[in-house]
Design a protein around this ligand. Structure first.
Ligand SMILES: Cc1cc2nc3c(=O)[nH]c(=O)nc-3n(C[C@H](O)[C@H](O)[C@H](O)COP(=O)(O)OP(=O)(O)OC[C@H]3O[C@@H](n4cnc5c(N)ncnc54)[C@H](O)[C@@H]3O)c2cc1C
Length: 797
């Protein structure tokens, strides 16, 4: 017999291939089926517990699966014999031919290849014609068991087999790698159909994922990994009707890109929640790096091609959109900037609004060096503006540290920086706004023309008009900034010192404090410097291998010279401006906990930071809810006299460190000051028309959450908001607020704003400020759910 097999190699191969296939299919598939029928444990999927498949269907699946298996195993053997063994494929048998690293690499490529091609092949089988004629055979069983995995039309089985084997022809691959990839894919397929609950592992989808495919049909096409559905918008969504009956509706197939990405999570903690850092490191970082590179090149090119009348044409687009949208729909207006592109923590639901195109407004139009004004379109980013202006020897008077922030966003929202103790908020640097009203009317708004609008536009968040151009104050700069770090070890002392430095006549050009614990802070003073003294060698604080800036600052706490106020450094102006950009202040450390480790900086540091846009894009609903219940993201404008109390309260409520403090002037613009009231008498600096305030930035995970203790984030945030109201402060509206409409109106002075909305007929055209800036999630309902969860947890313990 042995001799027979030796002489008939092909037959031997066919026999072995079939034997292995059947042992695997009947053995492992049968075992899963037995476990499924035995019930708990193992846990049966919810969709299966109310209905079990009849024995006729099981027999059909087993028979059909076995026929397919025989065909596929035989073809596999033929492929192995005529293609692989004869050397017509990329398969190699000696590991040393290409080395271990290459073999691992091609294994990963092959695995991804199989999965993406199965995903698309599967999608094609869902085209109505093919579904009805072919794929329906597999879908007849809506509560599949393991053996259903191969119960399909033979044509479909052959197609899947072909896309799986095709890459072997040209991808050089070690035979063991090919076998592992094939076995793994098939094991997952059996598990996916088993009806038994298997959780997500690494990128592999949980069994509920494919089970939902059998229940809802044209969702979750992915075989092994879930990310294809996530990336291509076919992940099952909440509140959407699915079923075979929809097939005749062609619209159903238009939804290639997700419009309503409220995804169902397939395990209690989805991969993104559990391994957020992996999504950031493996997706957001590389995607941001490539995206930023191309966008920058594109913008540079656009600037070179900037034609005389280009801006006029761009404005015409906005005008035309406004008029057309207002004519054809009663929906209110908003910009078409995607939610994920904005730095705001919210995911404002734009679907209910008519969206006006503004994405093309990305040009810096003109720099007037005599008047020290830059004229620019609103979608220009801070990074773009600083790079361009610095090359001419200028900077924005108020310039944020985050390169991605847009000048339009900062002028319609709010902006503040370490120069604000000298010049005030971003709005103080705006010389003119050019806006389009819903009627298409163009308005140039300055301190003297439409002065009411001039005061109401800051903090209006796009609810008073569409910004098409801004003119901003610029300041001449020197190439360097000399920094002085002073460590202080008492809260009373550092609060006092910041107050003194902020108001004194020769105050530093830049001033901030980083508070590392209630009693320990480093105060950073900065002065423009031409570097000619050559006493200090410039330090390149932003190079990828350097520690994150706040970590660098922390080292001064242990530095005795800093305690004496003598630790100085010279840094390039642009390095100074974007010192917090790499680590997005300190928020990146929660996303990539080891991100500041020297090894991490060397391996991935050159890609920092991930774009906030990509971070938001990969934020499932679950994480968004966690940002409300388990995280704090707040910038609060407070009178500097209240800083002491604010730190106490923040310590009590959140215990988050570091904290950021930027002193800032708030000017008194008289009775029509806009949404910010004139400073109270007690906060006013004698002999001036401004009060000295500060931005307190609280970003991170509260200590009780880190310690796994019960924590009511919404109550804490509302307590902080009460405090802000009492002290005459304001929360930045890019972050989540937890106030009722009445409370919101107590904080902000809405008199001028409402008068302007009435005067220019804007009430029906734009959402109001509260509607526009409240979280898209019902915070109170979320709190109830959280309470219930806590209650259940306590009961279970
Ligand atoms: C970690 C972190 C720290 C931060 N720290 C600071 C800080 O220290 N100081 C500071 O000032 N800010 C800070 N910010 C916030 C940042 O300044 C704001 O998000 C800012 O509003 C710019 O964001 P954006 O360009 O994405 O604007 P968007 O969010 O896109 O826009 C802001 C608002 O303006 C409206 N808008 C934008 N463009 C137009 C237009 N052309 N016409 C009409 N309406 C428009 C939008 O609808 C939106 O309501 C921080 C943000 C983060 C995430």
């Amino acid at each position: 017999m042995w001799k027979f097999f030796q002489e008939n190699q092909l037959l031997t191969l066919i026999t072995i291939s079939n034997l292995v296939g059947f042992i695997f299919y009947w053995g492992f598939g049968g075992l899963l089926a037995i476990l499924y029928y035995k019930g708990r444990p193992p846990e049966i999927l919810k969709s299966q517990s109310d209905k079990t498949v009849g024995s006729k269907m099981v027999m059909r699946d087993l028979l059909l699966g076995s026929i397919n298996l025989f065909i596929l195993s035989t073809i596999t053997a033929l492929f192995g014999y005529f293609i692989v063994l004869k050397g017509y494929s990329g398969i190699y048998f000696n590991l040393l031919d290409h080395g271990i690293a290459f073999s691992i690499f091609t294994f990963i490529v092959y695995l991804l290849w199989i999965d993406v091609s199965l995903y698309f092949a599967h999608r094609i089988f869902h085209i109505p014609f093919l579904f009805k004629k072919i794929h329906y055979v597999h879908h007849q069983n809506t509560t599949p068991i393991a053996v259903t995995s191969l119960a399909m039309h033979p044509l479909e089985a052959l197609t899947f087999h072909a896309v799986t084997f095709l890459p072997m022809l040209f991808i050089p691959m070690h035979y063991i790698a090919a076998i592992i990839a094939l076995v793994y894919t098939n094991v997952v397929s059996l598990i996916d159909h088993s009806g038994i609950k298997f959780n997500s592992w690494f990128f592999q989808s949980p069994s509920q994922f494919h089970d939902d495919h059998h229940k809802y049909f044209h969702v979750n096409y992915g075989q092994t990994f879930w990310f294809w559905d996530w990336a291509f918008g076919t992940w099952r969504r909440k509140g959407k009707a699915y079923g075979v009956q929809n097939f005749e509706n062609k619209d159903d197939f238009k939804e290639f890109i997700p419009k309503n990405p409220q995804y169902i999570e397939y395990s209690e903690e989805s991969f993104f929640v559990k391994h957020r850092f992996a999504a950031i490191v493996f997706f957001c970082l590389p995607a941001s790096f490539v995206y930023t590179f191309f966008v920058n090149q594109w913008r540079k090119l656009k600037r070179c091609l900037n034609r005389e009348n280009q801006h006029t044409k761009s404005v015409e687009i906005v005008k035309a959109d406004c008029m057309k949208l207002q004519e054809n729909s009663s929906a209110k207006l908003c910009t078409n900037r995607k939610n994920w592109q904005s730095l705001s923590t919210r995911l404002f639901d734009k679907k209910a609004y008519s969206q006006v195109r503004i994405g093309h407004l990305t040009n810096i139009i003109h720099v007037n060096r005599e008047a020290l004004i830059v004229r620019t379109e609103p979608m220009v980013t801070v990074g773009q503006a600083v790079d361009y202006l610095a090359s001419l020897g200028y900077a924005l008077a108020v310039s944020l540290e985050i390169r991605e922030a847009t000048l339009g966003g900062l002028s319609m929202g709010v902006g503040m920086t370490t120069h604000s103790h000298k010049v005030g908020l971003f709005q103080e640097s705006v010389q003119a706004y050019e806006i389009i009203l819903p009627t298409g009317e163009f308005l140039r708004v300055t301190e003297t023309e439409h002065s009411d609008l001039f005061r109401a536009l800051p903090w209006s968040h796009g609810t008073l008009g569409l910004l098409v151009c801004i003119e901003l104050k610029i300041i001449p700069i020197k190439p360097y900034v000399r920094l002085q770090y002073t460590s202080v070890f008492s809260k009373a002392e550092y609060c006092q010192k910041i107050r003194e430095l902020a108001v004194k006549a020769d105050s530093p050009d830049f001033l901030e404090a980083t508070i590392f614990s209630k009693e320990r802070a480093v105060i950073i003073e900065g002065w423009f410097d031409d570097g000619k003294g050559k006493i200090l060698t410039p330090k390149h604080i932003n190079r990828f291998y350097q520690p994150w800036f706040f970590k660098h600052v922390e080292t001064f706490l242990n530095n005795s010279s800093a305690a004496k106020g003598a630790a100085c450094e010279l840094v390039l102006f642009k390095d100074y401006i974007f010192r917090h950009n790499r680590s997005i202040f300190w928020t990146l450390q929660d996303m990539i906990p080891m991100g500041n480790h020297p090894l991490a900086r060397f391996c991935i540091g050159w890609m920092y930071p991930p774009n906030i846009s990509f971070i938001k894009l990969t934020m499932p609903l679950q994480i968004r809810e966690l940002t409300l219940t388990k995280q704090v993201f707040q910038d609060i404008v407070l009178p500097l006299t209240a800083l002491d109390k604010a730190i106490d309260l923040s310590d009590e409520l959140f215990s988050i460190y570091p904290l950021l403090v930027y002193p800032c002037r708030i000017y008194d613009h008289g009775k029509n000051s806009g949404q910010l009231r004139p400073p109270r008498e007690i906060d006013r600096i004698p002999g001036t028309n401004f009060g000295m305030y500060c931005d307190l930035g609280i970003y991170g995970i509260p200590q009780p959450v880190k310690d796994n203790k019960a924590y009511d984030s919404i109550k804490s945030m509302r307590t902080m908001e009460d405090f802000i109201r009492q002290e005459g402060g304001y929360p930045f509206l890019y972050a989540d607020t937890f106030m009722t409409r009445e409370e919101f109106f107590q904080i902000f002075d809405m008199a001028l704003y409402e008068g302007v909305r009435k005067q220019y007929n804007l009430n029906q055209a734009f959402p109001d400020l509260y509607e526009k800036t409240r979280p898209e999630i019902d915070v109170l309902a979320l709190r109830e759910r959280e309470d219930e969860r806590r209650h259940n947890e306590a009961r279970d313990q």
